[in-house]
Design a protein around this ligand. Structure first.
Ligand SMILES: [Zn+2]
Length: 261
């Protein structure tokens, strides 16, 4: 991945580590709980090795492809596919579909990550790209994104009552679970995204508007940084530190630090 820096302790997961995580640590119960209010079939998706270039050799041609998992019986079956692909990232489609596969609504979400801010040390995304460090980020950036997330949560609380914050690996997501918001048109979502952007929030507008429907699956492994995508209660967010928080560190990293003593 060329010149590349990440917060202390974060690094890409190997295929063996992905396998270890998804076979023994990935919690289908927690995933099921996350979708407890969901109507209709959930579409999942994986990307095997687009950014890490780490992929099972038989999937080299599809390493960068977004592969949809929509033909499955149950969550155990989904886990089976994940173990087959050993992907760097797992997502779900926020659109809600009817029996005929027509989108009838969408879960609204806000995506905050280091790509949208200027780091006092490393500069903007453009600066990083020029140095071929486009995907890099640092601890300062993580802290800025976290504080932005807290502010955006406060702002969104004025309109919505059922919000969830998820640590996404590189940043944070805010999911809007208010029933009413699922029925919003793409235009209405886009307007809200623009409004928040204009207020200075560093969000990816296309995630909120819905042009980008996929969002990282809670409790999955972010294979670029070796962290578990973890819902965090807003009351804990201020003190949350993904560099050392046990909840988001996969056991393959905990084991290693133990060995190093
Ligand atoms: Zn930085």
């Amino acid at each position: 991945m060329g010149n590349y820096y990440l917060p202390k302790g974060m690094r890409p997961s190997t295929l063996e580590e992905r396998k270890q995580f998804y076979s023994s640590e990935f919690s289908l119960d927690m995933v099921k709980k996350w979708f407890s209010g969901w109507r209709g079939k959930i579409v999942f998706a994986v990307i095997i090795g687009r950014h890490t270039r780490i992929f099972p050799p038989e999937y080299e041609e599809d390493a960068s492809t977004t592969i949809l998992i929509d033909n499955y019986v149950d969550l155990k079956d989904v886990k089976g596919w994940i173990l087959e692909f050993l992907p760097e990232s797992v997502y779900y489609d926020r659109s809600v579909y009817d029996e005929q596969g027509r989108a009838i609504g969408q879960e609204m979400a806000f995506d905050l990550d280091p790509e949208n801010l200027t780091c006092p040390i490393h500069g903007s995304l453009e600066d990083k790209m020029r140095r071929h460090e486009g995907l890099s980020f640092c601890e300062v950036e993580l802290e800025i994104v976290k504080n932005e997330t807290i502010k955006l949560y406060e702002e969104l609380s004025k309109r919505f009552s059922n919000l969830r914050v998820v640590y996404s690996g590189r940043g944070f997501h805010i999911h809007v679970l208010d029933e009413e918001a699922f029925g919003w048109s793409a235009e209405k979502r886009g307007e809200l995204a623009k409004e928040m952007k204009n207020k200075g929030f560093m969000i990816d507008e296309w995630v909120t508007s819905g042009s980008m429907r996929l969002i990282r699956l809670p409790y999955s492994l972010h294979g670029m940084v070796s962290r578990i995508v973890t819902p965090i209660d807003i009351s804990e967010l201020d003190h949350f530190n993904p560099i050392e928080d046990e909840r988001c560190i996969p056991s393959f990293l905990k084991h290693k630090s133990l060995l190093r003593g």
